[in-house]
Design a protein around this ligand. Structure first.
Ligand code: NAP
Length: 489
């Protein structure tokens, strides 16, 4: 793997704790696999509770000194880190494609997106303002100041191995917190490479430690129960998020949860169908369907259903599934063989209940973990593809008659992360955007994510917002100070 990198020292396979690269106490390692070929890329140190505890204790010490620095000083280090990430986009993208599977173009895009959170919050950290307000007694004044919450623990998933770290540690570090982060076991290398660049940028030891491991539970137990950790931020499945959030209540940690989705794309009969088909395809098949804001259910008004399906088939026909390292591939493999089996079982369920495979439908033919982008028609709300997050390149296309029915179908889920609608009607744009229960809505647009926006969900898709000027709030405590005895001499 090293020979594919211009700078082989970006390939780090040890844990990064208190500014040092270390093996696990037990000497245990775990393999990182290439999802395109199932080859073992490298072995990575597998830490457990004791090493995690040391990382947390180091963070406690480092955080105090970091918080005492000015926002300008913290910003300067973060900007250096941002620059180094951007200087190394190509190597970081190769590392990501090899361990995650997404095609190189998408990996490059994610690295630039990841860096943008560091750059954005390096600026935003300078604008943490407080308030002065009157009090009932005229001789006193109230002041609200904002202070860093302290030591933050982060757990991230494999589908965005770099951006899910920087969207959390960007604001945390900018406002004076320290962080201990656990990557997904499938994709530790991207996070470790970012830590190497943070080290080179001069981020003081202990402020960002990375604890990779084959076994999530002992690391998670320590992160969620150690009283030094004041905030826990998680991106991953709703099932694991609920479990970890419950653990955090024992020490009353603040939590942010970015969880699963079941995004509807609603196509009305007044929509530009070419744009709707291109948008639905971009949203559905990005990262081979493995993003939390991927279209999961495509709802199309009955009068344009057949035409829309034909247009979507046209877009899907231009895709080329293959190894992400091949620049001609447009879509890579799914993350594991188990993921492929799970996705296949949802398609089998739909077909057994009467769905028709209008495109794709081949599983494991181009290689163990490759799925042809698939379209399912004649789908109904009792099928698993309506209720569950598919997390793969399968687009079920449902039919609806009226606007009210579309809103009801969109809301008929416990999830509420992202939703999309295609319409040219301004009144409908407002009615539907306000009527659906989602944290984010794209109207005639599926590229909704950037540093500028408050990313997050409602219902069981989570709590808290990441990115934008709101993104620092989750890492700040408000302290009220009463200044009294201000009467005349
Ligand atoms: P997952 O199984 O929940 O895993 C996410 C992370 O949790 C991984 O690092 C995993 O570690 C860790 N984990 C699992 N059990 C743990 C425990 N007991 N203690 C501590 N950590 C534990 O989710 P996934 O399959 O990797 O990711 C896909 C999910 O993430 C989807 O539902 C997707 O919608 C969601 N997601 C949401 C957003 C958002 O912003 N809302 C963004 C991206 C993804 P191991 O890998 O070591 O098991």
């Amino acid at each position: 793997m090293k020979d594919l990198l211009k700078d082989p020292t970006l390939l780090r396979t040890q844990a990064y704790i208190n500014g040092e690269w270390v093996d696990s106490d037990s000497g245990e390692t775990f393999p990182v696999l290439n999802p395109a070929t199932q080859e073992v890329l490298v072995e990575v140190a597998s830490v457990a509770g004791a090493e995690t505890r040391r990382a947390i204790e180091a963070a406690e010490v480092a955080q105090k000194a970091w918080a005492a620095k000015s926002a300008m000083e913290r910003s300067a280090v973060l900007k250096k880190w941002n620059d180094l990430i951007l200087e190394n986009v190509e190597d970081l993208a190769v590392i990501m494609t090899l361990e995650q599977g997404k095609v190189l173009a998408e990996s490059r895009g994610e690295i630039v997106y990841a860096a943008s959170f560091i750059e954005w919050f390096a600026e935003e950290g300078k604008r943490v303002y407080g308030d002065v307000f009157p009090l009932p007694q005229g001789t006193s004044r109230g002041i609200a100041i904002k202070q860093p919450v302290g030591v933050v623990a982060a757990v991230t998933p494999w589908n965005f191995p770099s951006a899910m770290l920087t969207r959390k540690c960007g604001p945390a570090l900018a406002v004076g917190c320290a962080m201990v982060a656990k990557p997904a076991h499938e994709t530790p290398l991207s996070m470790l490479a970012l830590a190497e660049l943070a080290d080179r940028a001069g981020l003081p030891a202990g402020l960002l430690s990375i604890v990779p491991g084959a076994h999530a539970a002992p690391i998670g137990d320590e992160l969620c129960s150690n009283p030094i950790v004041r905030k826990f931020t998680f991106t991953g499945s709703t099932r694991i998020g609920k479990y970890l959030a419950a653990k955090c209540t024992e020490t009353m940690k603040r939590t942010s949860m970015e969880l699963g989705g079941n995004a509807p794309v609603i196509v009305f009969d007044d929509a530009d169908l070419d744009k709707a088909a291109a948008g639905a395809a971009a949203s559905k098949y990005r990262n081979s369907g493995q993003t939390c804001i991927c279209a999961n259910r495509i709802l199309v008004q009955e009068g344009v259903y057949d035409e829309f399906v034909e247009k979507l088939k046209g877009v899907v026909g231009t895709f080329k599934v293959g190894d992400g390292m091949d620049e001609t591939s447009t879509h890579g493999p799914v993350i594991t063989r188990k993921a492929l089996e799970d996705i296949k079982s949802m398609v089998d369920d739909a077909v057994a209940h009467g769905a028709e495979v209008a495109a794709g439908g081949s599983f494991g033919e181009e290689g163990e973990q490759f799925i042809q982008p698939t379209i399912l028609c004649n789908v109904t709300e009792d099928m698993r593809v309506f209720r569950e997050e598919i997390f793969g390149p399968v687009a079920p296309i449902f039919k609806f008659k009226t606007e009210e029915e579309a809103i009801a179908m969109a809301n008929d889920t416990e999830f509420g992360l992202a939703a999309y609608l295609f319409t040219k009607d301004q009144g409908r744009t407002w009615r539907v955007s306000e009527g659906i229960e989602y944290g984010m809505v794209g109207v005639n647009e599926v590229a909704i994510s950037s540093t500028f926006i408050p990313f997050g969900g409602v219902k069981e898709s989570g709590q808290g917002r990441e990115g934008s000027s709101y993104g620092v709030d989750d890492y700040l405590e408000i302290k009220y100070i009463c200044i009294g005895d201000l009467g005349a001499d």
